[in-house]
Design a protein around this ligand. Sequence first.
Ligand code: ADP
Length: 251
Amino acid sequence: MFELRSVTAGYGDHMVLHDVSLRAEQGRITTILGKNGSGKSTLLKAAVGLLPLADGEIVVNDRHITKLSGREAAKMVAYLPQEKTVPSITAGRYVLHGRFPHLGRMQSYSQEDSRIAMEAMEQMGISDLADAPLATLSGGMRQKVYIAMALAKQASVLLMDEPTTYLDIGQQLRLAQLIKRLAERGITVVLVLHDLLYALKISDDIYIMDDGCVIGSGTPEMVLKTNILQKLYDIEICSVDTDGGARYYYK
Ligand code: ADP
C-alpha cells in the first residue's frame, strides 16, 4: 500500500498541495485525475521525496518513508516522472539502471539484473531496441523504455505520471492490459492520467484533485454517481454494462 496522510507541499514558499490524503491499496490501480495545474504531478513528486513536505506523512507498506534509507525507498517505490532526461546511453543500459537500487556491495550489475532488465523490455515489446541509443528513438519507443526501466525495479509500488504519453492507441491498450496484470500480481499501482475514459476503464479507485486539494474519491462508478468529474470538466459521461464490464463514453 501507499498512503499520503494530510500532505501539504509545494515549491519553496508556494504551497501547491493542501492537506492531501490518498490511500492506494495493494493489488489495485489508483488513478489521480484533475485539470491541468491541479497538482497531480506535484503530488507524485512529493510522494517520492522530490519535494520536501511542509506537513503530513507518506507511508509505504506500513512504513514511514522518512524512516527508510534512500535505497530502501527506491527498491519499494518505482516512479515514472512526466519529464524525463535523455542520457547518451543505449536503451538496454538505461533499463538496466532500473536495477540500481538492488546493486550489492560489488556495485556492478549481475546476470540476474540483466535477465530482469531484458524481461522488462520483453514485457514492453522492445527487446530489439537494447543496443539502440536512447536519443535516436521516437517519443513512443522512448516512453516504452522509460516504463521498462520502472518495471525492472520490481518495486511493490509503481507510480506513473502520464504513462500513455506518445503511445498510439494500440500501445495504450496493451499498456492498460500490462498494468492490470501488474496489479493482479499484487503491485500497488498509482497513475496520473489525463484521458478520463481510459482512467475510468482501467482504475479500481479514483482520486479527483482541484487546486491542490482532493475533492472526491471512490471507485469509477461511485465517482461518476457523485457528478464531481462531470461538473469539473463540464461534460456528460455515460456508462453501459457489457459482458466485458462497464464501458464509458462521452454524451
Ligand atoms: P498537474 O500535474 O495537475 O498539471 P502540477 O503539479 O504540474 O499540476 O502543477 C501544480 C501547480 O504547481 C501549478 O500551479 C504549477 O504552476 C506549479 N508548479 C509545477 N511545477 C513547478 C515548479 N517546478 N516550480 C514552481 N511551481 C511549479
